[in-house]
Design a protein. Structure first.
Length: 495
């Protein structure tokens, strides 16, 4: 940890009067009018009126997937199955130029909800002859495979992966394939993750909640001890890992020894339904899928809560969200609902009453607005209902669900307060989140920097609250970050 004196900063959430801020042993120990704090045996940073705020948090990421996707074929701009296959074909032509062992061609980001024709396995068969080819959907709930990939991944997961002519696997089958694709050598993946950490800190991120589909606690322990120490990380636990986590004595919030306080056990993550993009979200209409019956879910969540693990329940469709709230009420536990994309109006007040946070990913609303208008026609006034949740007193937490959306809190905040992108008209602007709620949802509830705070900080050229209120949302999306610090140690610095 470094002792610092930040001279002449303006603190977000205050009048903006310039202040000096002293940091000792990773904490803010003094704040005084600019020019009044004495610098003795500390590093002095002249901020020249830059804005100082709490470090930013992404409350929902799949970090290994994000690190891997940064090196995969981006097909998110393709508007048809044919265009996607053509893009994969180009990658296949250069996959093994030296005649070495066949590689798996992996694309990411397809969204077929508006495609004129569905995915077809034969398209990928022709795109990558002799090579396994997989395209992962933008929401991670589906993978589109060619015949060779289906054969190879069936062997890898130990059971037949059977699809129709489309070659598409959904939900658990898709998760199993993406988990298999993630099993690259430790040193390779750790290098990818280190690069992704640097990219996150450059956007002001100081903490993430990593909900990778297999707990990353041991992997992150190795990484932090090896020097990948730019972020605080809380690692989630999934149902298939619950008994092992209990046996190890893992409890949400418990810090891992030997990681400098950077690594901790995160929540107990349960997926109850599918997604909007894959059209598997559990709806009151009866559409979609539910992964668990009510009694089964109650027993599982109670088991986790009794062991000290806080539940984080994935629910997208209105039926799934009602079920998740019913489970929280039955167990008597606090926690979060992850996504909360379509809500019955009768459920809005239950979030605050039950102490359940709404952990939302605002950029999903921008990615999925057209799919929602088609597949949730007539119901989108209650889709991604940020303003309604805020009025109901719910705690709002913001995240990206990276790689579903970029790991960039400025993107999330801009989508929350603007509900617009790419010059289009705002989508259901009546559901815009307030600037203050979006900021608090991205800073673990902190508005400003105060004495006694952990010195997880971000230094900015502009006041983000003023920008969010008075400027187009694109300005917030592209907010420059001058510096980021964790426990008073710079993890990114451009000044």
């Amino acid at each position: 940890m470094s002792d610092l004196l930040l001279r002449s900063v303006r603190r977000v959430g205050t009048s903006g009067a310039p202040s000096d801020v002293r940091i000792v042993d990773g904490r803010v120990t003094a704040i005084a009018p600019a020019g009044t704090l004495v610098a003795a045996d500390v590093e002095v940073v002249e901020a020249d009126g830059a804005w100082l705020g709490p470090g930013l948090v992404d409350h929902h990421v799949h970090f290994d997937q994000w690190a891997l996707v940064r090196r995969r074929v981006d097909v998110s701009g393709c508007d048809s199955a044919e265009a996607t296959a053509d893009l994969l074909a180009g990658a296949a032509r250069t996959a093994v130029p030296d005649g070495g062992p066949a590689a798996t061609i992996v694309g990411h980001g397809y969204r077929d909800g508006l495609w004129p024709r569905p995915a077809r396995r034969e398209l990928l068969d022709r795109a990558a002859p002799g090579l396994p080819a997989v395209v992962i959907s933008g929401d991670l709930h589906a993978v589109w495979c060619n015949a060779i990939a289906l054969e190879r991944f069936s062997a890898a997961v130990g059971r037949p992966l059977v699809t129709g002519d489309d070659g598409v696997l959904r939900e658990q089958d898709a998760f199993d394939v993406t988990a298999t694709l993630s099993r690259v050598p430790d040193d390779v993946l750790d290098g990818y993750v280190s690069d992704a950490v640097d990219a996150a800190t450059a956007r002001g991120v100081t903490r993430v909640v990593d909900l990778e589909m297999r707990s990353g606690l041991d992997r992150w322990t190795r990484r932090v001890r090896a020097g990948t120490d730019g972020l605080r990380v809380a690692c989630g636990v999934y149902p298939h890992e619950l008994e092992d986590a209990i046996a190890r004595g893992l409890r949400t919030g418990a810090v891992v020894d030997g990681t400098g306080g950077l690594l901790s056990t995160g929540p107990f993550k349960v997926i109850t339904d599918g997604s909007l993009g894959t059209r598997t979200a559990a709806m009151a209409s009866g559409d979609g899928v539910l992964a668990y019956a009510f009694d089964e879910l109650v027993a599982m969540v109670r088991r986790a809560v009794d062991a000290g693990l806080v539940p984080a329940v994935h629910a997208i469709g209105d039926r799934a969200n009602t079920l998740a709230l019913d489970v929280f009420e039955a167990v008597g536990a606090r926690g979060s609902i992850e996504h909360a994309q379509l809500l019955d109006g009768a459920d809005l007040d239950r979030f605050a009453r039950l102490g359940v946070a709404a952990s939302v990913q605002p950029e999903h609303a921008m990615d999925d607005r057209d799919i929602a208008d088609r597949h949730w026609a007539g119901e989108t006034d209650r889709a991604f209902p940020f303003a309604a949740l805020e009025r109901a007193g719910a705690e709002l937490r913001l995240g990206s669900d990276a790689p579903v959306a970029p790991l960039d809190p400025w993107v999330s905040m801009a989508a929350a307060v603007g509900r617009d992108r790419d010059g289009r008209e705002p989508w259901h602007p009546e559901q815009r989140m307030s600037a203050l709620a979006a900021w608090r949802g991205s800073t673990d509830g902190r508005v400003s920097v105060a004495v006694g705070d952990a010195a997880d900080l971000v230094l900015l050229p502009l006041d983000p609250l003023a920008v969010a209120v008075s400027e187009p949302s694109d300005v917030l999306r592209t907010m420059p970050v001058l510096a980021t610090a964790v426990a008073g140690r710079f993890t990114h610095r451009s000044v």
